[in-house]
Design a protein around this ligand. Structure first.
Ligand code: HEC
Length: 286
């Protein structure tokens, strides 16, 4: 015979079991909801925001900037010269605010150049390096640091707080901008993608990443003014050349040669569209 106490004990056990089961169901539902793209996206964004805040006082990119400044000032190459006389467009040796006006036409080279092309030009003309030496290892990998990433970090940092002001005065600047614009909308490759497929629509996402709409003023400014950037996922500072190289790869386009005029054209298009935005690089990205 079952006593009252036994029965109530069994009942409460059952109640507990039911409650636990309900809890488990609820937990599963929460987990399922959390793994849904929207919430996972929010969580990712939250994590990044936290990380950014954590490092707000010290973006690791500062180390790249400091190393780049040292390189800039140190005599090197067959001519044993520093880069301090490099003309980035505002006169020999002027680094302050120079990046905010690039790309631009350079009469000495007879063409429009972006920062990375210009750095290579100065290393060749001032220091006597060959073009191959000046453009060696543009994207660092583990144990193989890149001099270019460091130099670019230094020079871009010298424009922090300066408003983007890219001009289309020279006929070549206009031509190169138009070429960049054409490329932005040019569809091709295995997926028949253009830059615009991913970047001319609001609120689009790919693999949990927000895709900026580069055709809005805000989107263009926010994207352009934050490169180069310390990539948390890669532990390196990446330049605009790398960003575009990585997008062309996602577009399934042929890999562009480092420092090619096609990349400069795209950069011209993006930089000009960011005019008026305050430069805030080297920044930090996931
Ligand atoms: C298949 C989709 C895809 C295509 C096509 C594509 N991109 Fe991207 N792009 C991305 C992704 C993904 C990111 C990274 C977004 C992130 O990390 O938040 C990105 C980031 C960028 C950024 C930096 C945005 C920022 O705020 O940091 C720029 C600039 C950019 N792309 C330009 C281009 C250009 C120019 C082209 C054409 C040559 C292009 N993209 C083609 C997917 C694409």
């Amino acid at each position: 015979m079952v006593t009252v106490t036994e029965r109530s004990a069994r009942n409460s056990r059952r109640t507990a079991t039911v409650a636990l089961a309900a809890l488990a169901t609820a937990a599963a539902a929460v987990a399922a909801a959390l793994s849904g793209p929207a919430l996972a996206q929010d969580k990712t964004a939250e994590e990044i925001a936290k990380y950014r805040q954590m490092l707000a006082e010290g973006n690791p990119a500062e180390l790249w900037e400091a190393a780049g400044e040292e390189m800039w000032k140190k005599p090197a190459g067959p001519k044993n010269a520093s880069l301090e006389q490099c003309d980035l467009g505002k006169g020999p040796g002027v680094t302050k605010g120079a990046y905010a006006e690039l790309p631009r036409y350079f009469a000495d080279a007879g063409k429009v150049m972006d920062l990375e092309q210009r750095l290579a030009y100065c290393r060749v003309t001032l220091q006597g390096l060959t073009k191959e030496e000046a453009t060696k290892n543009p994207f660092s990998s583990a144990g193989k640091p890149s001099e270019i990433e460091r130099l670019a970090a230094f020079v871009t940092g010298e424009s922090r707080g300066v408003k983007m002001n890219v001009q289309l005065k020279h006929a070549e600047e206009k031509r190169v901008y138009a070429l960049g614009q054409k490329m932005f909308y040019y569809r091709g490759g295995a997926y028949d993608f253009a830059c615009a497929t991913c970047h001319a629509v609001d609120g689009q996402r790919i693999r949990l990443q927000d895709l900026p709409n580069l055709m809005t003023e805000k989107g263009a400014q926010a994207a352009y003014t934050t490169w180069p950037a310390y990539r948390v996922s890669q532990g390196e500072v990446r330049t605009m050349q790398h960003r575009l190289y990585d997008c062309l790869r996602q577009q399934r386009f042929p890999e562009p040669a480092y420092g090619s005029d096609v990349i400069t054209a795209l950069t011209m298009f993006l930089a000009k569209n960011a005019n008026g935005g305050t430069y805030d690089g080297p920044n930090m990205k996931r």
